[in-house]
Design a protein around this ligand. Structure first.
Ligand SMILES: Nc1ncnc2c1ncn2[C@@H]1O[C@H](COP(=O)(O)OP(=O)(O)OP(=O)(O)O)[C@@H](O)[C@H]1O
Ligand SMILES: [Mg+2]
Length: 508
């Protein structure tokens, strides 16, 4: 009873920079947003939470002038505004880091940061000196010493994300939107980003923060808003709301993060990696993988986990070492060789790899397994559809129909399509790099359950993950990597968070 007046006075005190009222967005066959309201306040972070496809990125695109909403109004400082272009939104003081920020490989880091708003000389030419210096400053604030003059294509995935963040911060804005900004960052880079967010809060900026990771949400945000199927279903203060309550709002039921592990009879050795070495990324890695086994690969970002996987898939080549598949020494020089041998890799950076965005879901799914779906040389759409339907169901894919272009799916649902497409090739060995990154908490357990089922069907699985609960929950054995070396292989019976973290960080 005491609480009520306090709450009233607080909400009366708080100023609102931005208010969205009754916003709807309709796409063919989908009502992505249905009359949502949301407010942002100066000096506060509001976390926008919801399942894959709930409408979060759509809201971001409305706020940044990419879509004009079918209904509703946007108020800034109480005044109605309408954005008919991205520039309108920037002019009104809104900036965003998008889930898939478009950057240009052939341009320099500084050009990417200032594309469209480069500092100019008094003759109207791009002022390269000022631009490079300002880019360096922005990156420095992110604790990154990336050289602003190098081309983007020479950067790692995490560095590209820092460039996208620097780009968003390069415009003067009062409202900063971050759509899954941490998905590709290491813990250290996340800490740097959060320090910057704290700085933005102190400057009185209002921040909208989208993430599927609850620990981050509770760490950085004051407020939350939950979307479900395009509707705003709850909002409030995080300090007063436990995670369970929010998860229930999100999915309408209690969920467990990790699907209980299914014990599977482990068979004979399928793949042996012997003394694999790479000139720069890893050294002397050896392990066996058995039929029905899930081998977790744990380590800090940069430990060489993705690099070894890429070598197994023929993206890069080891400088020495042997690969034995079902008793035969094989040599894999390209992804083509790997797929032919029955080894497939679902990369971490799924956004940029391997989806034909304008093509329907079912064609994307069956792309690498055409040999199986096309009997006697021509495609059987019915087979393709059946295949796609099977994987869509098992992965809990949310889409209006399997015939819609993949590009119209939400980020997380696009990732499910990539996983499905590789599984449809019926490989012997599948390498999953961070399989649930960007996947919402409700679908996570579905993906884990699916991984277990695949193991039960006799597939051998290598799963790289930075999430300890996932590694501990799903793996039969865990290879820990540290600075390019093996820091030990642990049996399920020896697994604990402490053992793995110690091995990964070298703290005996
Ligand atoms: N351009 C488009 N054309 C058709 N449908 C679209 C388009 N963009 C989004 N959608 C649909 O709108 C819904 C909301 O998608 P949105 O990308 O906003 O989800 P999200 O909450 O950001 O999900 P995620 O967590 O997976 O990123 C989805 O059903 C999606 O398929
Ligand atoms: Mg999204």
């Amino acid at each position: 009873m005491e609480m009520a007046p306090i709450q009233d006075s607080r909400s009366a005190d708080r100023t609102t920079i931005l208010e969205m009222r009754g916003i709807s967005q309709i796409f063919p066959g989908v009502k992505a947003l249905d009359g949502v309201n949301i407010s942002l306040h100066p000096g506060e972070v509001t976390a926008l939470i919801g399942e894959n496809g709930a409408g979060k990125s759509t809201l971001v695109k409305i706020l940044t002038g990419i879509y004009v909403p079918s209904e509703g109004e946007i108020l800034i400082d109480g005044q109605p505004v309408s954005f008919s272009s991205a520039q309108d939104a920037v002019d009104a003081g809104v900036t965003a880091i998008h889930q898939e920020t478009v950057l240009f490989d052939e341009l320099s880091v500084a050009e990417n940061i200032f594309l469209g708003h480069a500092p100019r000389t008094r003759f109207g030419l791009i002022d390269w000196k000022v631009m490079n210096a300002r880019a360096a400053e922005l990156l420095h604030a992110l604790e990154s010493e990336i050289d602003p003059t190098i081309r983007l294509k020479d950067l790692s995935i995490a560095q590209r994300h820092l460039v996208a963040i620097a780009r968003a911060l390069s415009v003067e804005a009062r409202i900063v939107i971050m759509d899954e900004p941490t998905a590709a960052l290491s813990r250290k880079e996340i800490d740097d980003l959060f320090r910057i967010v704290e700085g933005l809060k102190k400057q009185g900026k209002a921040i909208l923060f989208i993430s599927h990771k609850f620990d981050e949400v509770y760490e950085i945000a004051e407020n939350f808003a939950v979307f479900r199927d395009g509707r705003a279903v709850g909002h409030g203060r995080l300090s007063e709301t436990p995670q369970d309550t929010i998860v229930r709002m999100m999915v309408g039921r209690d969920v467990s993060n990790i699907f209980p592990k299914v014990e599977v009879a482990i068979g004979k050795t399928v793949l042996s990696v012997e003394n694999y070495c790479h000139p720069t990324e890893y050294r002397d890695i050896s392990f066996d993988l058995k039929r029905g086994e899930i081998l977790g690969v744990y380590g800090l970002v940069g430990a060489g986990r993705s690099e070894i996987c890429q070598s197994l898939f023929g993206v890069t080549r080891p400088s020495s070492g042997q690969l034995v598949l079902e008793g035969e020494t094989i040599s894999i020089r390209s992804p083509r060789d790997a797929i032919a041998a029955g080894i497939v890799y679902v990369p971490e950076e799924r956004g940029r790899h391997g989806l034909a965005l304008p093509m329907p879901i079912f064609q994307n799914m069956s792309l690498p397994s055409l040999a199986r779906t096309s009997r006697s040389g021509f495609l059987k759409a019915a087979n393709e559809l059946a295949l796609a339907r099977k994987y869509a169901e098992r992965l809990d894919l949310r889409a209006a129909a399997l015939s819609v272009p993949v590009g119209t799916l939400s980020g997380g649902n696009q990732q499910k399509v990539v996983i499905g497409k590789w599984l449809a090739t019926l490989p012997k060995v599948i390498i999953l790099d961070e399989p649930t990154k960007g996947i919402d908490i409700g679908s996570k357990a579905a993906v884990h359950g699916f991984i277990s089922e695949l193991a039960a069907e006799g597939l051998s699985i290598i799963m790289v993950s930075s999430e300890l609960p996932e590694i501990l929950g799903v793996s039969d054995r865990v290879l820990v990597m540290r600075e390019g070396l093996s820091a030990g292989i642990f049996d399920r019976s020896q697994l604990s968070a402490e053992t793995l973290v110690r091995a990964a960080t070298g703290n005996a």
